[in-house]
Structure formats: structure tokens, C-alpha cells
Design a protein around this ligand. Structure first.
Ligand code: FPP
Length: 232
């Protein structure tokens, strides 16, 4: 049983670097290598959607120099990886609140998304400046404006209708959400979309999470019994 959509909360970069007596940023650099390894493993195993929580709305509150270098790292990594992603049939998407992103990051994202838009082997979604509550709130605001003066229409709105207002409308809900580094929480990630996701918390720090760990996670998922609140 291969999950269609695997989502990863990448955690532990700072601790990984500290264990080696290095600056936190060193962990983020190795973290990009883990993203590459997981993309390769996802393609090899037939996973159709791989998403990663790269930066939360709350992460803007980190020290300014870390935020700036993380954003620069993302621009660099996207530019450096795009040829290989495109060649391997990977469609690249970024989802999140674009308000605080720099112009150079936005234009890099737009050109990468445009270039890979018709690829079908794997969709790689980077959640950037994203939070679950932000997503639900922006969806509720759009819905409220669409249904202003239409109480009957509003009363008939279903969960499926509401989902279309979320920033994730074009991708399926995650089957499996993995969080690395031993922390056992969702940290305001896919709150609506993860309602019935299988959760897997592993002790491995993100820079150490490579192909073998990805395959092990799929193996663990294959043993889960998904009942969606029903009885088998
Ligand atoms: C969590 O570790 C990691 C992050 C907040 C950033 C992860 C971002 C990347 C690896 C870049 C991804 C690249 C692309 C192209 C999208 P932490 O800093 O919270 O670690 P700690 O909990 O040990 O402090």
C-alpha cells in the first residue's frame, strides 16, 4: 500500500548542526540534501505527491539573520535543482502566504512552477510561509465574500465545497504526515487536510532522513489500518 501523498514536517536541522559544533545554518544546507533524497525515493516508490513544510508563518519570528539566510538558501536550492526536477518529471509547487516573500523568491517560484507545470511523475509541494490556521481563515474570508447575501447557498456549503477555498484545493489530502526529530506535534501544519492522515513521528533529525528512512516510513504506513472513523 503506497500512499499517494506523503507530507513531511522537516525538523531538527539546528540540533543536527549543534551536535557537530557548527552553526544552525549548516543543518539547513544538509536538510536540502534530505529533500533531494526524499524526492528521489518518492519517484522510485511511486508516491505521486510529496510535500514538505519548509517555513511556517511562525518561523518569521526567528532571528533575522537565520530567516534571511533560509530564504536565500531556498532561492538557491530551487534554481540549482530545477533542471534535475524537470528532467525527472517532477511538477514543482509552492503553497503559502506570499505577502512576506521577497520579489526574487516570488519570481524564482513562479518561473519554477511554470516550467514544470505539465510534469506528471511526482508533484513536489513546498509549504512556505504556511500555517493551517492562516489557510482556514483565508478560505473562510473568501467563502464569506462569495456567499454574502445568499444565506440559503451558505447553509448548503459542504465540507467538500469548503475544501475548494483552501490553498491546497488542487492537491489531495496527505495520507501520511511524517515529523522528524522526536517532536510529537503538528505545529499548525495541515490542520483541515490532515484530519485523517496517518501520523508518524521519528527520532531521526531531518538532515539524517534520507532514502532508507523514507522507505522505512512507507513500510510503517503499509501496516496501518485506515478506518476513517468507521468499522472494517
Ligand atoms: C527545521 O529545523 C527546519 C526548517 C525550519 C527549515 C527547513 C528548510 C529547508 C531544509 C530548505 C528546504 C529547501 C527547499 C528548496 C524548499 P529547525 O531549524 O527547527 O531545527 P531545530 O528544531 O533542531 O532547531
Amino acid at each position: 500500500m503506497i500512499p499517494s501523498h506523503v507530507s513531511i514536517i522537516m525538523d531538527g536541522n539546528g540540533r543536527w548542526a549543534k551536535q557537530r559544533g557548527k552553526e544552525r545554518f549548516y543543518g539547513h544546507i544538509e536538510g536540502v540534501e534530505s529533500v533531494r533524497a526524499c524526492v528521489e525515493a518518492a519517484v522510485e516508490t511511486g508516491v505521486k505527491y510529496l510535500s514538505i513544510f519548509a517555513f511556517s508563518e511562525e518561523n518569521w519570528g526567528r532571528p533575522q539573520d537565520e530567516v534571511v539566510s533560509l530564504m536565500e538558501l531556498m532561492v538557491k536550492a530551487m534554481a540549482a535543482e530545477m533542471d534535475s526536477l524537470d528532467k525527472n518529471g517532477v511538477r514543482f509547487m509552492v503553497i503559502g502566504n506570499r505577502e512576506h516573500l521577497s520579489d526574487s523568491l516570488k519570481s524564482t517560484i513562479d518561473s519554477c512552477m511554470k516550467r514544470t507545470a505539465s510534469n506528471t511523475t511526482l508533484t513536489l509541494v513546498v509549504f512556505l510561509s504556511y500555517s493551517g490556521k492562516w489557510d482556514i481563515l483565508q478560505a473562510a474570508k473568501k467563502l464569506a465574500s462569495d456567499y454574502a447575501g445568499d444565506p440559503e447557498g451558505l447553509a448548503a456549503v459542504s465540507e467538500a465545497d469548503f475544501s475548494k477555498y483552501l490553498s491546497t484545493a488542487s492537491i489531495p489530502d496527505p495520507d501520511l504526515i511524517i515529523r522528524t526529530s522526536g517532536e510529537c506535534r503538528l505545529s499548525n501544519y495541515l490542520l483541515w487536510q490532515g484530519a485523517y492522515s496517518e501520523l508518524l513521528f521519528v527520532d531521526t533529525l531531518w538532515p539524517d532522513f534520507k532514502k532508507e528512512e523514507f522507505r522505512k516510513a512507507l513500510e510503517s504506513y503499509s501496516k496501518r489500518d485506515r478506518r476513517y472513523g468507521k468499522v472494517k
